[in-house]
Design a protein around this ligand. Structure first.
Ligand code: 1CP
Length: 348
């Protein structure tokens, strides 16, 4: 029973079966490095319009699969759709990034509402349904959301920050208020992800991009505890759905994160040594990662070397080949082919 393959290597790895090959997908595989993405993006009014248009969002999700031999597609959307669904004002300023009306106090928090979320996010579910019909048989569909901590950093600061200072300060000075925001996000995120599963997502990834900005005690409170609650709600609503947790920058904290949150796999940052990834995988955890996005920009022998070294270290372990963070816009599409070809040749 244990070794009956699903025909989707990434699901085999996540469920603990031996996969026929190392599954590969890349964070931000749909994005500005692809000319066809830029063309579709130009048809949308703005970035959010792209996220909420099932036609365009389905198209950009599928674009990288037409070019590359990938094992998964990731829904095209953004982690900041949830704050917007809760009623927080959001816009994306061209060339600058997201701008939200910051949550500063209890009055701001009280304005946020769970009851409008499902309707607001309905177009995303339509995209998921279309994708689940459109994908080739061996390709799995990944749904996603931001983790409560990372989403809260944007909601409190009102934009991206270098050190997530505003949210860290609120967590220290007003832990009760911050805790309420986190609890609201746990619930909104669970509802959103369960709707994605119902619409056809086969894997869930939780992006905790800023997990690495917290000292250990705060990491336990704001990364581990809410993620554990979120995963428990997912297990209740969708037993068996595989969950990948990306606590970027957790470093030594990845082991405890993996063991206490209930995720099936962890995605790790570029800084983690392949030998440390193999150690974690040896403890029964599936591990995803972690080629340097800048090695992908560089291409050439350094990229080949990074792929060989990683696959050599992870041989025989439960591994999903990916980057340590998303593809950056200046990446050559040819280097993505190089990475995938090299990985497939390594195993041939
Ligand atoms: O104009 C554009 O095309 C905007 C660039 C862009 C893209 C392609 C943004 C704005 N979001 C996205 C899509 C996106 N965002 C995906 C799509 C699926 C895929 O991987 O192909 C995903 C999974 C995300 C998730 C996301 N959004 C994260 C977590 C992952 C990560 O990269 O760390 C974060 C932190 C965001 C916020 C966000 N959205 C966009 C930007 C520029 C940012 C970062 C803002 C900042 O910190 O300054």
């Amino acid at each position: 029973m244990a070794d009956i393959k699903t025909g989707k290597p990434i699901l085999d790895v996540l469920d603990g079966r031996t996969a026929t090959r190392t599954p590969i997908w890349l964070m931000r595989q749909a994005g500005r490095y692809l000319p066809e993405y830029r063309a579709t993006r130009a048809q949308a009014r703005d970035f959010l319009d792209l996220c909420y248009s099932p036609d365009l969002a389905t198209e950009v999700t599928l674009q990288p699969l037409r070019r590359y031999d990938l094992d998964a597609a990731i829904l095209f959307a953004d982690i900041l759709l949830i704050p917007q669904a809760l009623g927080q004002n959001l816009k994306f300023v061209e060339g600058e990034g997201p701008r939200l009306e910051p949550v500063k106090d209890a009055t701001d928090l009280d304005r946020l509402r769970l009851d409008g979320c499902a309707d607001h996010l309905a177009p995303v579910m339509e995209t998921v349904r279309r994708l689940s019909q459109a994908l080739p048989a061996h390709v799995a569909l990944i749904g996603f959301a931001g983790a409560p901590w990372t989403v809260a950093t944007y909601m409190v600061a009102g934009q991206g920050t270098d050190d997530q200072g505003p949210a860290r300060m609120m967590a220290y000075r007003q832990p009760e208020l911050f805790g309420k925001l986190i609890d609201l996000l746990v619930q909104a995120t669970a509802d959103y992800l369960l709707a994605q599963v119902k619409a056809g997502a086969e894997i869930i990834q939780i992006f905790d991009t800023w997990a690495g900005s917290l000292p250990q005690a705060e990491f336990d409170k704001w990364v581990i505890a809410p993620t554990r609650k979120l995963v428990a709600l997912l297990r209740q609503g969708a037993p068996g759905i595989p969950v990948i947790g990306f606590a970027r920058g957790a470093g030594m904290g990845h082991g405890i994160y993996a063991k206490t949150t209930g995720v099936d796999a962890i995605s790790v940052e570029t800084q983690m040594a392949p030998s440390a990834m193999a150690d974690l995988a040896g403890q029964g955890i599936a591990v995803q990662g972690n080629i340097d996005p800048l090695a992908l920009v560089a291409g050439g022998p350094c990229l080949d070397h990074a792929v060989d070294e990683l696959l050599g270290a992870m041989k025989g372990h439960r591994h999903i080949l990916n980057l340590g963070h998303g593809i950056v816009p200046q990446t050559s599409p040819d280097h993505v082919s190089q990475l995938i070809d090299r990985a497939r040749k390594f195993e041939a």
